[in-house]
Write a protein that binds this ligand. Structure first.
Ligand code: KIV
Ligand code: ZN
Length: 512
């Protein structure tokens, strides 16, 4: 058995299934490129049959990937599998990932199939996939609630039909490290043709055990792990790739295996995914949270000053956090700004850099002190809306105790500028009414509207988050600006853009 653990990243598929999350084509391509730089071995680029947009995204990622294997998910049905193949066939290394549920509950309630019918479906679907593509992965959805005897027969059938990777997902996050590891040990030892496949983990985090379960399975013989950047994914999310990679690196003494992850690219990947999805990373999140390397208590600070290893088991630099005392202000030039971005883990293309620099200069004119958090908010905001179809151009608000409050708003929609005036019950209502006038979207509901100041001081930038829902789909948007109303318009319009990506995506049954 090799000591290399293959990292299968499903940020673009399972991660993108998070409620409120969606990425457009350009964003997916940016994330895929960073995943390759990060060193992941396999990128699950999407679910090709879900919508024309998903198909296009998987195909483009497949065409642009330089090294990584590109997978598309497919149910155990010919149209899914054929569509998946169409999407990935241009990749340097294509993979079809097909799945069917194997637990009694899912087979009865969801599939309405007998166990024998499921075995037939596995044989047919994996066989078809294998005729199209040399690299086929098969997943036993809800493996952890499946009967071990049946699961073993299902795995044997999939390997006989040509699957070379066998994934045993903890679809509902029900397993514990002990039970999950034991399942792998059991299956690897009892399935007669197990030596012809690589066993893979896929853990959801409903009980907060996804990473622990993944590592337990690795110790039991799994050699591929499925995970997402920042742990995003359905419900409580998936196992976080950065946590798995660093646990294996830092505790190599007790888990003597390796990955191909370039750990210094972790922060960059985390920031990018947070920016394009609008999902903020919680401050105390392991490895990539803002406080992951912060020390505030006096005893800890004292220890750190004497020797950093007293309270740090890995260095910030090892995950790509570079700290410096580079103070930014209105006299800072392009070179200093570029260096600061690098330290903060950003790599922007030329156009994005020029736009971000122009905004930085405008902010530095308006605000006395520029903190790292200001720059992070500004760049995330820039990355977030770079490819949006609807862009905010100008916002003018009339408000105060003598109403009516009104907003004059200019948006650019698919390249064309439109200006309207709208009234409302307060400035935010007036502003959002103006957006609705330019881009009618009656069915949408504003579920949440939150404002927070990025730093202290009355001249702080505001960061606004909104959650919009429409026909059971939700989209999160974020906007930052030193004017709260401009930040509000940017956040709402950002969510609306994400809703546009989701419109037309047929609900796809059962891929948790
Ligand atoms: O959680 C799950 O079971 C999945 C499979 C479709 C791989 O995401
Ligand atoms: Zn999943």
């Amino acid at each position: 058995m090799t000591d290399t653990i293959l990292i299968f990243d499903t940020t673009l598929r399972d991660g993108e299934q998070s409620p409120g999350c969606s990425m457009n084509l350009e964003e997916k391509l940016q994330v895929a490129a960073q995943l390759e730089t990060l060193g992941v071995d396999i990128i699950e680029a999407g679910f090709a049959i879900a919508s024309p947009g998903d198909f296009e995204a998987v195909s483009e990622v497949a065409r642009q990937a330089k090294r990584a294997t590109i997978a598309s998910l497919a149910r155990a049905a010919a149209p899914d599998i054929e569509r998946a193949w169409e999407a990935v066939r241009h990749a340097v290394a294509p993979r079809i990932h097909t799945f069917i549920a194997t637990s009694p509950l899912h087979m009865r309630v969801k599939l309405n199939k007998t166990p024998e019918e499921v075995l037939e479906a596995i044989e047919r679907s994996v066989g078809l996939a294998r005729n199209l593509c040399p690299d086929v992965e098969w997943s036993a959805e809800d493996a952890t609630r499946s009967e071990p005897d049946f699961l073993a027969r299902a795995i044997e059938t999939a390997i006989r039909a040509g699957a070379r990777t066998i994934n045993l997902p903890d679809t509902v996050g029900y397993a514990t490290p002990e039970t999950y590891g034991a399942m792998f040990r059991d299956m690897i030892s009892r399935v007669p043709n197990a030596d012809q496949a690589i066993f893979s983990t896929h853990c959801h985090n409903d009980l907060g055990l996804a990473v622990a379960n993944t590592l337990s399975a690795v110790m039991a013989g799994a050699r591929q792990v499925e995970s997402t950047i920042n742990g995003i994914g359905e419900r409580a999310g998936n196992a976080a790739v950065e946590e798995i990679a660093m646990a294996l690196k830092v505790r190599h003494d007790v888990m003597p295996v390796r990955t191909n992850i370039v750990s210094t690219e972790i922060t960059r990947a985390s920031r990018l995914v947070s920016a394009v999805t609008g999902f903020q990373v919680q401050p105390n999140k392991a490895i990539v949270g803002a406080n992951a390397f912060a020390h505030e208590s006096g005893i800890h600070q004292d220890g750190m000053l004497k020797d950093a290893s007293t309270y740090e088991i890995m260095t910030p630099e090892s995950v790509g956090v570079n700290t410096s005392n580079l103070v930014m202000g209105k006299h800072s030039g392009r070179a200093a700004f570029r260096q600061k971005l690098e330290e903060l883990g950003y790599a922007l293309g030329d156009n994005a850099f020029q736009d971000a620099f122009a905004r930085f200069k405008a902010l530095a004119d308006a605000k006395k002190q520029i903190f790292d958090d200001d720059i992070i908010a500004l760049v995330d905001d820039e990355v977030l809306r770079g490819h949006d179809r609807i862009q905010v151009r100008e916002v003018e608000i009339y408000c105060g105790s003598n109403g009516p409050q009104r907003a004059i708003l200019t948006l650019e929609v698919d390249g064309e500028e439109k200006t309207v005036t709208a009234r409302g019950n307060g400035p935010v209502d007036a502003l959002f009414n103006a957006i609705r006038l330019i881009v009618p979207h009656d069915a949408s509901v504003l579920e949440r509207y939150e404002v927070h100041a990025i730093t202290g001081g009355t001249d702080a930038q505001a960061e606004v988050s909104v959650l919009l829902s429409e026909d059971g789909r939700t989209a999160r948007g974020r906007g930052a600006h030193h004017d709260t109303m401009v930040a509000s318009a940017r956040a709402y319009v950002n969510a609306l853009n994400k809703l546009l990506v989701k419109r037309g995506r047929a609900p796809v049954a059962a891929a948790g």
